[in-house]
Design a protein around this ligand. Structure first.
Ligand code: AMP
Ligand code: GLY
Length: 420
């Protein structure tokens, strides 16, 4: 087999996808759009934006690709998979009707109710609601308030400060018409990525992200400051419960629909003190940076896995995993996540220094006119290592990070702390 693939997106996740695809015997050519300064080492970067649906379909046709792998959620919510399928091009990434699982928190809740999947119970508040009474009814624990739109990680507030809760609720109702108030779930979070199509599913090893910007999980939420895989918080027993209570019912529900789910279902878990898993969120794509630590643990042809899911042929392939550990640390620009300072020169991140043990995934990087590597986003790059132990992967990533220079940049120094 020698397939041509187009990867849509330009973050660390897409760099990780390109790296895994470059090791896949089934993949001959990789195209990426828009890509970043790192993805160019694996194929050809194009300049069609990930939000230009018609442009992406046109590009896929021009390149005569065998399939498309969609990194981010926004084009899926805008119907990219539907348009590609209409043009006869297989797509790894679900159609619009399923992308709503990420695009609308209320849709996700209703789907979980229909499928009998455990999640926090919730109220829907609108202009006619008595906000104070609703907050009183859930005043024993912090309030969890969720906007019902794609908000790029800024749509959720968890707070014990009443004034903050009221302000966020009022603001959300004003802009969106309604908002969700849900029960606070105490526990530890983990991410389970499940590759799924009509014929079956494959659970990838569970991982753990670090969403807060500062050490000890302090400061505002970010897209993710680092991750490791596998996450021991998901014990064998919890893994089994997650499959029985969450993955199986979701698979039954989704595979019984007219349009099957094809892609990866990201299950954001909260595991309570009894070891019972609840769904905090669904995403319809690989997590970033979870992707960077999950793909390297797949023992085999990742291109074949993704293509099979795009073709509803997952049940026909065997997937196994390396018994190793991967850990990634994100390097962020000064000011991230509030307002990132961009355009600064990055040194020490040369591709030639990457090894099979430790490598860099570019995210917010580009080349300036002189060919310098410069920062172009909040999360600039991440350093990933794979080793026999989590401690070794941790040490390798932090050692490599020491050689990278970007003025004002910051990173967490405690990635993996819950497991180490
Ligand atoms: P979400 O976008 O739904 O994943 O929410 C963002 C973050 O808010 C999650 O990663 C959790 O840390 C936190 N969160 C969301 N829902 C809850 C909940 N019901 N209980 C506790 N924390 C939550
Ligand atoms: N790392 C969290 C996410 O990708 O949503």
């Amino acid at each position: 087999m020698s397939r041509t693939v187009l990867v849509v997106g330009g973050g660390g996740r897409e760099h990780a996808l390109c790296l895994a695809l470059s090791f896949s015997a089934s993949i001959d050519k990789i195209h990426i759009t828009p890509g970043n300064a790192g993805t160019q080492y694996f194929g050809t970067n194009h300049d069609v934006s990930a939000s230009d649906i018609l442009g992406l379909v046109q590009l896929s046709k021009e390149l005569d690709v065998d399939f498309v792998v969609v990194g981010p959620e926004a084009p899926l919510c805008d119907g990219l998979a539907d348009q590609l399928l209409q043009a006869g091009i297989p797509c790894f990434g679900p159609q619009q009707v399923h992308a709503e699982l990420e695009g609308s928190k209320l849709f996700a809740k209703k789907t979980m109710d229909a499928a009998g999947v455990p999640t926090a119970d919730y109220d829907v508040l609108d202009a006619s609601s008595n906000i104070d009474a609703c907050l009183d009814a859930r005043s024993q624990e912090p309030w969890v308030i969720k906007r019902d739109v794609l908000a790029g990680g800024k749509g959720v507030v968890v707070t014990s400060v009443r004034a903050e809760a009221v302000a966020f609720i009022q603001q959300s109702i004003e802009t969106d018409g309604h908002v969700l108030l849900e029960r606070f779930l105490p526990g530890e979070e983990a991410s389970m990525l499940v590759v799924m199509d009509k014929s079956g599913y494959v659970c990838l090893p569970p991982s753990q992200d670090h969403k807060r910007v500062f050490d000890e999980d302090k400061g505002p939420n970010t897209g993710g400051m680092g991750a490791y895989c596998p996450a021991p918080v998901v014990t064998e027993g919890i893994h089994r419960k997650t499959i029985e209570r969450i993955v199986e019912p979701m698979f039954s529900h989704l595979s019984s629909m007219d349009l099957p789910y094809r892609g990866v279902l990201y299950v954001g878990l909260m595991i309570d003190e009894h070891g019972d898993p609840y769904v905090v969120e669904f995403n319809v794509r690989f997590g970033d940076p979870e992707c960077q630590v999950t793909l390297p643990l797949i023992d085999g042809d990742v291109g074949e896995l993704l293509y099979s899911a795009a073709k509803d042929q997952l049940s026909a392939i065997e997937v196994s995993f390396h018994s190793q550990h991967a850990l990634t640390v994100v390097l962020a620009s000064e000011g991230y996540p509030q307002s990132a300072i961009k355009g600064r020169i990055i040194s020490g991140a040369e591709h030639g220094n990457d090894t099979h043990e430790t490598w860099i995934s570019h995210a917010g990087t580009m080349r300036d006119e002189e060919g310098n590597l410069v920062s172009s986003g909040g999360r600039v790059l991440s350093v990933t290592s794979i080793a026999e132990t989590l401690q070794k992967a941790h040490d390798l990533s932090y050692q490599r990070l020491q050689h990278i220079r970007l003025e004002g940049s910051h990173h967490r120094t405690d990635i993996g702390h819950r497991a180490l």
